[in-house]
Design a protein around this ligand. Structure first.
Ligand code: SAM
Ligand code: SF4
Length: 327
């Protein structure tokens, strides 16, 4: 019997994000400090078998039907295709978020292993700015990776663009055009206070209304009815496709949030902005039964708060930055 994971506010949780590594081959300033972070020792990472056990429990007992692999950069974890194969056997909607740099060789392997959908993060289409943002000269490889994902039949291929005022907001229309030309959905993401350097300010956020107005001036848009998905969706009036905006800051979707997270070192988080974590790894390694592990996960979801409160005085930044939580 499936027992839905319901928190104290009546929200049912169906979407699991699994970070498979905290390591990354990029250094995006809004996510990780330029000097990098101290990587987790290997024995602190959950094994694929441990990840599969937690995922299976959540799917079979609690009705989780959507899993996204993330990181750090998930494609730097050795043999990722094996994990994709293990999780695709659970019959869920399986997706991956990646910086795309290794996709030209990995996309076909991952698709063959059972991956369905992919989001590629890309914050500038200008080679010099791309280097400034990521500290890596890899724009060409990422663009090749996007083509490889399309060729491998991953569907949809979405592009995640974190919009930062004065940094890349002059490329909104360029990204819209890129999405229309390549037949990919561009999802603009409001900049969130999870940057390792703590440089985030409310003024640096470009909100959904401004994004839609600026793109719509060139390519007129209309809103599509919002589903439970966090992105607000807009379609081009000329039939040229759609864009999404993840308006986590200006239009928080906490009220309908259905996400839970497992970090690479086996900590269960009931919110992206949670300050408390639940230590699943220790429990798994102590020989706990499935009932005991499930009880911890249920307790963790029951303890979820109403929402993050970004911009309010009571907001507390989580101790970990985005690359350690998984986005
Ligand atoms: N390395 C992969 C990637 O870049 O797609 C997966 C991990 S990354 C942490 C997941 C997503 O979080 C990416 O789309 C990234 O752009 C986004 N992200 C990172 N820091 C962010 C921030 N401070 N605000 C909003 N989105 C952020
Ligand atoms: Fe790495 Fe992704 Fe963070 Fe960039 S956004 S530093 S690619 S984890």
């Amino acid at each position: 019997m499936v027992l839905p994971l319901i928190d104290g506010f009546g929200r049912v949780h169906r979407d699991l994000r699994i970070s498979v590594t905290d390591r990354c081959n990029f250094r995006c300033g809004y996510c990780m400090p330029a000097e990098g972070l101290k990587w987790l020792p290997r024995d602190e990472l959950l094994t694929f078998e441990e990840i599969e056990r937690v995922a299976r429990l959540l799917v079979e007992r609690h009705g989780i039907d959507s899993i996204r692999l993330t990181g750090g950069e998930p494609t730097v974890r050795a043999d990722l295709g094996r994990l994709v194969g293990m999780l695709s056997g659970l019959g869920v909607d399986l997706a991956l978020t990646t910086n795309g740099a290794t996709l030209s060789s990995a996309a076909a392997v991952l698709a063959d292993a059972g991956l369905k959908r992919i989001n590629v993060s890309l914050d500038s289409l200008r080679a010099d700015r791309f280097v400034e943002l990521t500290l890596r000269d890899e724009l060409g490889r990422v663009l090749e990776g996007i083509d490889a994902a399309l060729a491998a039949g991953l569907d949809p291929v979405k592009i995640n663009v974190v919009v930062m005022r004065g940094v890349n907001d002059d490329e909104l229309v360029d990204f819209a055009r890129f999405g229309r030309d390549r037949g990919v959905v561009v999802r603009f993401i409001e900049f969130m206070p999870l940057d390792a350097d703590e440089a985030w300010t409310l003024e640096s956020v470009v909100g959904v209304d401004e994004i839609v107005a600026r793109v719509g001036e060139v390519f007129p848009l209309e809103a599509i009815d919002r589903t439970s998905a966090p992105a607000s969706r807009f379609r081009y009036l000329d039939g040229g496709g759609e864009i999404g905006v993840v308006a986590s800051v200006t239009r928080s979707f906490c009220d309908s949030c259905d996400r839970i997270r497992l970090t690479a070192d086996g900590q269960f988080r009931n919110c992206l902005f949670a300050v408390d974590e639940f230590d699943v790894r220790s429990l798994l390694r102590s020989g706990a039964s499935d009932d005991e592990v499930a009880a911890l996960l249920e307790r963790a979801v029951a303890a979820k708060w109403a929402g993050h409160g970004i911009g309010r005085v009571e907001f507390i930044r989580p101790a970990r930055s985005m690359s350690q939580i998984g986005g």
